[in-house]
Design a protein around this ligand. Structure first.
Ligand code: FAD
Ligand code: NAP
Length: 313
């Protein structure tokens, strides 16, 4: 029986593991079948984590030291996906892929979020074949070529800036004429001469053939005019969906209280409506969706787990 099972190895889960093990828990395992470090490993930069200010470093570089530190105090890692969490009496059973069952006295869920699809024609067909959600992974394929970016939030504008240093031109297509991105991020993009903001516009279609994407059709929503952009890669940054699947039971019902956006309702201790079940990071209600706050949540959840186990003993 684990003292604590942590699901998700992003900033929330890793920090929870560090605090739980360094706080004296002996038997703590983190489950993650993806890239340890979470979604920030897909980012080309991070400049708002206090104490870390090096624009030459990617999100992957940034998370490298976290793994080493978080595993140094005895946290174990299982390279496995958890399918669901079940409350079985006073403890929990984790249903792990492949049919394995793992029992734990407490659970911290930090499964975060994943990029949303925009829903235009051809998006699914050419995903991974010219349509991407990762500029650091795929930007280099378009060295000195034009690329198109869809979205108007922080991610779209930051990644457009990253791409502008590799690609000849970056066309940012946004459905409105106001941007959701933070003003300094938008200003920086507007000052870059090879970034072109195409507002009030959507992707009508991504098209291509056996070899992948050939181009995209961009529609102006005011005039209905279509611009055909050939020989381009398409990067889609239209927000995130929370990964809440592990909290559904066999019938597909959530085992704890959720809000109508699929985020988990927690109190200031990161405790859910189910005793012994904690949630940290992007998955919780009102998450600021920042590395620093996900890490903060992870520390709170782990400290609360330690108190909770002391009360049980
Ligand atoms: P995540 O980082 O999403 O990690 C969740 C982990 O859970 C993943 O490793 C995943 O593999 C794992 N997981 C999911 N489901 C399961 C399962 N069923 N079983 C086991 N494991 C599972 N924030 C900033 O503060 N500054 C920035 O500059 C910044 N830039 C960003 C740029 C990009 C491109 C993106 C996408 C995000 C950026 N963010 C930034 C936001 C930041 O990355 C997130 O807020 C933060 O990573 C959330 O941490 P988390 O631990 O809650 O979840
Ligand atoms: P976001 O803030 O939700 O922005 C998504 C953008 O995509 C919006 O501009 C939205 O348009 C557009 N969009 C949504 N659905 C669309 C569709 N179907 N077709 C076309 N456009 C669509 O998402 P994000 O930029 O990924 O950011 C997610 C969170 O992470 C935010 O809280 C953000 O602040 C945070 N983050 C922070 C940093 C940082 O601190 N440096 C960096 C990256 C991300 P509308 O504006 O019209 O809705």
């Amino acid at each position: 029986m684990l003292d604590c099972a942590i699901i998700g190895g992003g900033p929330a889960g890793l920090t929870a593991g560090l605090y739980a093990t360094r706080g004296g828990l002996q038997n703590v395992t983190l489950f993650d079948a993806g890239v340890i470090g979470g979604q920030i490993t897909k980012s080309s930069e991070i400049e708002n984590y206090p104490g870390f200010f090096d624009s030459s470093k990617t999100g992957l570089d940034f998370m490298e030291g976290w793994k080493e530190q978080c595993f140094a105090f005895g946290l174990k890692h299982e390279f496995k996906k958890v399918e669901r969490v079940e409350k079985t009496g006073e403890h929990f059973t984790l249903h792990v892929e492949g049919g394995e069952k793992v029992e734990a006295l407490t659970v911290i869920v930090g499964t975060g979020s994943t990029p949303r699809r925009a829903g235009f024609n051809g998006e699914d067909e050419f995903f991974g074949k010219g349509v991407s959600t990762c500029a650091t992974c795929d930007g280099f394929f378009y060295k000195d070529k034009p690329v198109t970016v869809l979205g108007g939030g922080d991610t779209a504008l930051e990644e457009a800036f990253f791409l502008s240093n590799i690609c000849s031109d970056v066309y940012v297509v946004h459905r409105r004429d106001e941007f959701r991105a933070a003003p300094p991020t938008l200003d920086r993009a507007m000052r870059k001469e090879n970034i072109h903001l195409i507002t009030d516009s959507v992707i009508e279609e991504a098209y291509g053939g056996m070899m992948g994407l050939d181009g995209v059709k961009i529609k102006n929503t005011n005039s209905n005019e279509i611009t055909d952009m050939t020989n381009t890669g398409l990067f889609v940054f239209v927000g995130l969906n929370v990964n809440n699947g592990v909290l559904k039971d066999e019938k597909g019902e959530f085992i704890c209280d959720m809000n109508d956006r699929g985020q988990v309702i927690v109190n200031l201790s990161m405790h859910t409506s189910v005793k012994g079940l904690f949630v940290a990071g992007d998955l919780r209600i009102d998450a600021p969706k920042q590395v620093v706050s996900a890490a903060g949540d992870g520390s709170i959840a782990a400290l609360q787990v330690i108190s909770y186990l002391q009360e049980l003993a």
